[in-house]
Ligand binder design. Structure first.
Ligand SMILES: Cc1cc2nc3c(=O)[nH]c(=O)nc-3n(C[C@H](O)[C@H](O)[C@H](O)COP(=O)(O)O)c2cc1C
Length: 364
């Protein structure tokens, strides 16, 4: 069985190790969703990852409701991403852009329009807005006639990602956002060809993946799914019935990698008792399978590789707090803990100031 430190080809992307950086929203862009120079420093610090998956990045104004998160729909955003991808490459790393449409989880005070989703539903709780948290609003169902425009938005974002120097893209189909709102029957109540049977609910993901692949090539396209348990209010009555065929469909398309965010009963950031689907997905997905959630030690991550269920591990909070995570895992060094208070705060604090081991030993 491979170790975490063995290389792996994720489609056309040659990763020198199997330690991926999971996508992490950090809200350090401008109000207009334009990346800022500290983002180049932050990602370059983490270039030791086999592959960096960027923070979720809006494909359109309609799809991005998170204050100060970045986008990929304007020329200004593309130009400002370029120094970020350049800095990662110069530091020896690789980075793909996570393409994000938040569906019903946006607020009109940020996007200037009513949220869209598969159906007229509303998330419980409150949305992040520039004016603090506000109650989520009821979404309007996407019209059939709007789907071509949505696919065009994904195409434009993919072209822009490549123009900005990203090594590829990851389609964000997890965590209760738009694509997940089509996949799961707890949010999708449509009666047309995008609702009802699992095959119909998978249709939007397939069409988006095909469109993105038509631009970037299958070897540069990954997908993220969150197949077990409710995710930000989106759930399914029979997760295996939709996620196993979705994974088979993605396998048939030949994507570069599939990443599963699978929380468990011991999750420290979300918990569920719903059994993990990764063993079933492993059987139908032929490409590299990456697992995420709560791998906060070398032993836990290596055990997942040893069991044969995963080809690589994506680390979220541990990468956030440890810019030199691969080196720390290699020598099994202690890990910094991430500070929730600065997850989404603007500015450099809690962003580019987590120390490396070297910096810690020099300070001691
Ligand atoms: C601050 C923060 C921001 C996150 N942003 C994203 C995101 O932009 N896209 C995404 O798919 N998941 C996002 N997640 C989920 C993480 O990618 C990951 O699934 C989660 O942190 C569990 O993994 P971990 O136990 O390794 O931290 C975020 C999590 C945190 C803590």
């Amino acid at each position: 069985m491979p170790t975490l430190f063995d290389p792996i080809d994720l489609g056309a992307i040659h990763a020198p190790n199997r330690i991926l950086m999971a996508p992490l929203t950090r809200a350090r862009a401008t109000r207009e969703a334009v990346p800022t120079p500290i983002m180049a420093e932050y990602y370059a610090q983490r270039a030791g990852a086999g592959l960096i998956i960027s923070e979720a990045t809006g494909i359109s104004r309609e799809g991005l409701g998170w204050p100060y998160a970045p986008g990929l729909w304007t020329d200004e955003q593309v130009a400002a991403w370029k120094p970020v991808t350049d800095a990662v490459h110069k530091a020896g790393g690789r980075i793909v852009a996570q393409l994000w449409h938040m569906g019903r989880q946006v607020h009109s005070s940020v996007t200037g329009m009513q949220p869209v989703s598969s159906s007229a539903t509303r998330t419980e709780g409150q949305a992040h807005t520039f004016e603090g948290k506000q109650d989520f609003e009821t979404a309007r169902p996407l019209e059939l006639s709007e789907i071509p425009r949505l696919l065009d938005d994904y195409e434009r974002a993919t072209r822009n990602a490549l123009a900005a120097g990203f090594d590829g893209v990851q389609i964000h189909a997890a965590n209760g956002y738009l694509i997940d709102e089509f996949l799961r029957d707890g949010a999708n109540h449509r009666e047309d060809e995008y609702g009802g049977s699992p095959e119909n609910r998978i249709r939007l993901l397939r069409e988006i993946a095909e469109r993105v692949i038509s631009v970037a090539g299958k070897e540069r396209v990954g997908v993220r799914l969150s197949p077990n348990g409710a995710s930000q209010g989106v759930d399914d009555s029979d997760p295996a019935s939709v996620f196993v065929p979705a994974a088979r469909m993605l396998s048939d398309l030949g994507i570069a990698f599939l990443e599963l965010r699978e929380i468990g009963p011991d999750g420290t950031y979300g918990r569920t008792d719903v059994p993990k689907l990764s063993p079933q997905i492993r059987e139908v997905f032929q490409g590299p399978l990456i697992l995420n959630s709560d791998f906060d030690s070398r032993a836990k991550a290596q055990a997942a590789l040893d069991s044969g269920v995963a080809d690589g591990i994506a680390f979220g909070r541990t990468f956030l707090a440890n810019p030199d995570l691969p080196e720390r895992l290699r020598i099994d060094a202690p890990l910094n803990q991430s500070d929730m208070a600065t997850w989404y705060s603007q500015g450099p604090e809690g962003y580019i100031d987590y120390p490396t081991l070297d910096e810690q030993s020099r300070a001691a």
